[in-house]
Design a protein around this ligand. Structure first.
Ligand code: GTP
Ligand code: MG
Length: 332
């Protein structure tokens, strides 16, 4: 397993002190996964908390989750799409480490400790990969594999990254980097019912691009993707593949714009190669000195406020999805 980060040129400062025995939050986005959760939840190891982010399921997903794991935290997502579900889950998380864990049976719960281990050893972001020794997939088709290879290579060329599996959703990170991800605010309402940018399956690409652009330490973790147990994939290879491709270019422009803005702030004369600059502060607390006083506090206030906000969307024990939907003004 190799750890790498792209050239950042700045010493982003010391990482916040991190626990050797971190509390782990497992975030499980789920849309109509009742049958899978019945199998998957009992297999999860003992962790600090498990957060189910429900995508307006109609198959009793929430009830099943509660039956299999009475102390599970249930959050109702605020808009639509896996990206929004994850953003809601990250915001509600209280552990030191966040593990992104699909509900469909494809992620092996026994691997969680591997992700945690590389984070404790010094990585900021532990990226699952099916395409290294000891990794694999029982699920991927040759067509998707080719598409993933193309998207992965494009990212590596444009960002200077060393990813081997861009489009894989089993990843983990220290929660103190969540500010760097800068995901679409879950409290922004779902206006026209259309999936908003960042709310769909492009989420993994957005996260991968942003952690790399920020110069964070990334360690790839071999992972074996298993077959979805029941039901059908929500992913459409062609439509979502194009969404990912677009994301890569959008994120590349974002990185360049951030670096330019940062160079201006730092008073670096034009003509200097801004590729040597990080695209964003490395972690919420590891901002560059000039940002430390002003922005950190802001970010934290914002984060706390959002968590409180989001908790209004939590489904309390004994409250059905329908009555929760009434509460939040959403249709179940
Ligand atoms: N809350 C929520 N979860 C979702 C949504 N879309 C997908 N998910 C969950 O995200 C996880 C991954 O979705 P899948 O449909 O399996 O897609 P995938 O794993 O990327 O693709 P496959 O390899 O085809 O399985 C599953 O646990 C889904 O239930 C959504 O809109 N809302
Ligand atoms: Mg899946």
């Amino acid at each position: 397993m190799s750890t790498w980060s792209i050239q950042s040129g700045f010493d982003a400062g010391e990482r916040p002190s991190r626990s050797r025995t971190p509390r782990v939050t497992v975030v499980v986005p789920a849309r109509n996964e009742a049958k899978n959760l019945e199998v998957v939840l009992p297999q999860l190891p003992e962790v600090h908390e498990v957060i189910l982010v429900d995508g307006h399921s109609t198959d009793g997903t929430i009830e099943m989750a509660r039956r299999m794991m009475p102390d599970i935290t249930v959050v109702q997502q605020t808009r639509r799409g896996k990206g929004n579900a994850l953003a809601c889950g990250f915001m509600a998380a209280t552990g030191d480490i966040v593990v992104m864990f699909d509900a469909d049976g494809s992620a092996d719960p026994a691997e969680i400790e591997r992700y945690v281990a590389v984070l404790v050893e010094g990585a900021d972001f532990a990226k699952g990969t099916r395409f290294v020794a000891q990794g694999g997939s029982e699920d991927i088709t040759p067509f998707r594999k080719l598409g993933n290879w193309f998207l992965n290579t494009t990212t590596n060329v444009l960002f200077g990254t060393r990813y081997t599996d861009l489009c894989y959703g089993y990843n983990a990170f220290w929660r103190d980097i969540v500010g760097v991800l800068d995901l679409r605010d879950p409290s922004i309402p779902d206006t026209d019912g259309a999936k908003q940018w960042g709310d769909g399956f492009e989420i993994e690409t957005i996260i991968n691009c942003r952690v790399a652009a920020a110069g964070l330490r990334i360690t790839e973790v071999p992972s074996v993707e298993r077959l979805r147990i029941f039901g059908e994939s929500n992913l459409n290879a062609i439509r979502d593949g194009f969404r990912v491709l677009r994301t890569i270019f959008v994120e590349r422009n974002r990185m360049k714009a951030n670096r330019k803005a940062l160079a201006e702030l730092e008073g670096i004369p034009s003509g200097v190669d801004t590729r040597a600059l990080p695209a964003a502060p490395a972690t919420v607390s590891d901002t560059l000195p000039h940002q430390r006083d002003a922005e950190v506090v802001d970010l934290r206030e914002q984060r706390d406020a959002q968590v409180v906000d989001l908790r209004e969307h939590r489904v309390d024990a004994g409250t059905s999805a329908a009555s929760q939907a009434e509460l939040t003004g959403e249709t179940a």
